[in-house]
Design a protein around this ligand. Structure first.
Ligand SMILES: C[S@@+](CC[C@H](N)C(=O)[O-])C[C@H]1O[C@@H](n2cnc3c(N)ncnc32)[C@H](O)[C@@H]1O
Length: 293
């Protein structure tokens, strides 16, 4: 199959769900004739607030890596092709994803970071699906932090894990909705949805003595927010000696990227895959100085 096909499919989707944003930006730009920005500029501005997958497709900077690594291009196209964006504009937006032989329908909202599916989530889902032998999820105890719309938790559940999906309180309604809709009668263990605000009430809500997670999953939890230290404390709190962290990191700003160095002070970090065209890396981590190490 041609490699451009999945990209063309996604580009055709752009004219659907996001035409409203782009069109209104054009109309707005047309009001002040002397200041109309070019098309790329409009896309850049609007895409700051529009969908992260689309942002990647429209932003030449984000695509720089495409020219650098053919293999990366191939796998990224395959990962992105798992997403279907409907061309019909409706009151509630949704997207469909294809993982583990299921059609997963995710309802999104455009008003906060956690309410859309980010490319890192797709990378992690793809990894879980294609590495079942090495990272078998069946009957494993799994917690996802910063679960957002719940796609990763849903895929882990469909793969047989016992999942706890967590996020900030304001995200839990939509998270619960997506998880229930996509896992009921389809999973061995019904996933749980729980509040976990990084660094807050950890001893009360997730006492160390009862934490027994085989895996901690995290997709795109490091960005310009003021809770990076709390995030690190949370990883440390949830992690036992045998826990494996699978963490997908999108590299954006230098300050946030320093988090990786802080993280390495507490955890042994191994880069498993890299997707230069997305500026994304997938890491496996375990607690430092384990007795079994
Ligand atoms: C960029 S989104 C990623 C969402 C999802 N993992 C994905 O990749 O599609 C970051 C997520 O972290 C959550 N988050 C941000 N700050 C948080 C905090 N202090 N405590 C808990 N979750 C937080 C957001 O609500 C959001 O769901």
């Amino acid at each position: 199959m041609s490699e451009v096909q999945p990209l063309l499919k996604q580009l055709s989707c752009l004219s659907g769900l996001y035409w409203v944003t782009v069109t209104s930006a054009f109309l707005h730009a047309g009001r002040g004739k002397n200041q109309s920005p070019g098309f790329q500029e409009i896309i850049k501005k609007t895409s700051l607030y529009s969908h992260p997958l689309i942002h990647h497709l429209m932003d030449p900077e984000a695509q720089k890596g495409d020219r650098e690594d053919d293999n990366d291009k191939k796998v990224v196209a395959e990962i992105m092709a798992r997403c279907f964006i409907p061309t019909l504009v409706t009151a509630t937006s949704w997207e469909e994803f294809h993982f583990v032989g299921h059609e997963i329908r995710i309802t999104e909202a455009m008003d906060c970071y956690g309410a859309v599916v980010w490319p890192s989530a797709l990378v992690l889902c793809y990894f879980l699906e294609t590495n079942v032998k090495q990272y078998n999820m069946i009957d494993k105890n799994v917690i996802e932090i910063g679960a957002g719309t719940g796609l990763v938790s849903i895929v882990a559940s469909l793969l047989g894990a016992h999942v706890t999906a967590t996020d900030l309180p304001e995200l839990l309604g939509n998270l619960q909705y997506n998880i229930s809709r996509n896992t009921k009668m389809k999973c061995k263990h019904l996933p749980q949805v729980k509040e976990l605000s990084w660094g807050i009430a950890l001893d009360k809500n997730f006492p160390r003595s009862s934490n027994n997670f085989d895996y901690i999953l995290a997709a795109d939890v490091v960005y310009a927010h003021p809770f990076l230290e709390e995030l690190l404390i949370t990883f440390d709190h949830l992690c036992k000696e045998t826990t494996i962290i699978l963490w997908v990191m999108k590299f954006r700003l230098e300050k946030e990227n320093k988090f990786v160095d802080r993280f390495k002070e507490l955890f042994d970090l191994e880069e498993i895959s890299s997707f230069p065209s997305l500026n994304i890396k997938l890491y496996k981590a375990m607690k430092k100085n384990r007795r079994s190490a």
